[in-house]
Design a protein around this ligand. Structure first.
Ligand code: GLY
Length: 425
């Protein structure tokens, strides 16, 4: 099987690598890809947001399967165009991708499916902002009601900060979503979904704030780990049966069946799991850790999802142990990341680690340089989280990037036993 992966981040790099491990995959083409993928995939230029460009490339490389990584092309309907060209595509239609593209649509689906989520209000006029803020708090959750790569979210106990963020979004023409704050540890559960068939992958936890101890602004994600030693298996089952399956069924009922990866971001509170957000694609950086433990052939699973045969596929098998990923970010990320800094030390391989490229580029003289906010991901795999952490951080210590920064506490709270789910009321 020839697979074309669309995207250029560490998530797509991890997908490329996992596809290479699948004996049923003969070739992987990544477009536009990144310098780190060059040894594992043929890199081809593409405009991921342009249907003609993606379909043209899929035909040129005779792709049997197109895997679309990021949300923007999905929301724009690129998967629809690939399928219309008669090529199997892993990724939802534009209509189904609204589960991520419009938070108002997601709330409506959840309400119809009886799924617990935060109470929310949309504000689309500056004159309504203060009164709406008064109906929320003492912790305010202020979101951009569109795609913002995690950076459009401010969670704060400071009403002025909440107001400033809401006002700035409105000034830039973005409707604001205010939400009640959901308490409890967060879980990312990725599910392969083909209509009403739902197959969960391992649960993971992201670290969204930029600084150690969950301080500083929200980011696209600074690190993640899997599995979650503090999350009982029955809660994963509960998420599947009481959250993801009802949402998948509701989308079928509406005539917009979901096909691809449905990412449920949840908080596990006193009343049980509640949805923070749905995304229509693999999460970044959780995917880099989750796929590190996948033993089953990834191409087979994605192809089965894309062709409506997921119910007949063998369920995924997983390695024992744990995996975590740490993100190396550029100076000034997430505000205005600096680009063009030389990166060294990525080749100094150590056992059970991987380096995935995210925001990197090759300079004319061949040097590897930073070219984005999140620059690299270092993944460590071990018998448990302690070993996986030690391996990832050891490998990261050998990588040099001027001004680069990363969190030192990825999975530390789980290792220390400081995460527990509240007793049910
Ligand atoms: N891990 C956050 C995201 O992928 O949106």
């Amino acid at each position: 099987m020839r697979v074309l992966v669309i995207g250029s981040g560490a998530r797509e790099h991890a997908l490329v690598q996992a596809l290479r491990r699948d004996p049923g995959v003969s070739d992987v083409v990544a477009a536009p890809g990144n310098p780190g993928m060059a040894g594992q995939a043929t890199l081809r230029p593409v405009d991921p947001a342009d249907a003609e460009s993606v379909v043209g490339l899929a035909r040129q490389v005779a792709a049997d399967l197109v895997v679309i990584g990021p949300e923007v092309p999905l929301v724009l309907g690129i998967a629809d165009a690939v399928r219309a060209a008669g090529i199997a595509c892993f990724g939802p239609s534009a209509a189904a991708a609204r589960i991520e593209g419009s938070k108002a649509f997601a709330k409506d689906v959840m309400a119809a499916a009886g799924v617990r989520t935060a109470h929310s209000e949309i504000v689309d006029h500056p004159g309504e902002l203060d009164a709406a803020l008064d109906r929320f708090g003492p912790t305010w959750v202020v979101k951009d009601d569109g795609l913002a790569a995690g950076k459009g979210v401010v969670v704060t106990a400071d009403r002025h900060a909440a107001r400033d963020h809401g006002a700035e979004l409105l000034e830039n023409g973005h409707p604001v979503l205010l939400e009640s704050f959901l308490d409890g540890p967060e879980v990312s559960l990725f599910c392969l979904v083909d209509g009403e068939t739902v197959v969960p992958l391992l649960p993971a936890q992201d670290h969204k704030r930029v600084g150690d101890g969950d301080t500083g602004p929200n980011t696209g994600g600074m690190g993640a780990y899997t599995p979650l030693p503090w999350l009982p298996a029955e809660v994963v089952t509960e998420i599947v049966t009481e959250v993801v399956e009802p949402v998948a069924a509701e989308m079928v009922r509406r005539g917009v069946p979901f096909s691809g990866l449905l990412y449920a971001g949840l908080a596990i509170g006193q009343a049980g799991p509640a949805v923070v957000e749905f995304n229509c694609r693999f999460g970044d950086p959780e995917t880099q850790a989750v796929l590190a433990l996948l033993e089953s052939p990834l191409g087979e699973l994605l192809y089965a999802t894309a062709t409506g045969t997921l119910a007949q596929a063998e369920p995924p098998r997983w390695k024992d142990g744990a995996a975590l990923t740490v993100v190396l970010a550029a100076e000034n990320y997430p505000a205005r990341p600096r680009s063009g800094d030389v990166i060294t030390g990525t080749e100094a391989s150590t056992p059970d680690t991987e380096v995935f490229h995210a925001g990197t580029a090759q300079r004319a003289d061949g040097a590897l340089v930073s070219a984005g906010g999140r620059v690299l991901n270092v993944v460590g795999v071990g018998a448990d989280l302690t070993e996986a952490r030690a391996r990832a951080y050891e490998r990261l210590a050998a990588i040099k990037l001027a001004g680069g920064h990363y969190r030192h506490d990825i999975a530390q709270a789980a290792v220390d036993g400081r995460i527990s789910i509240p007793a049910r009321v």
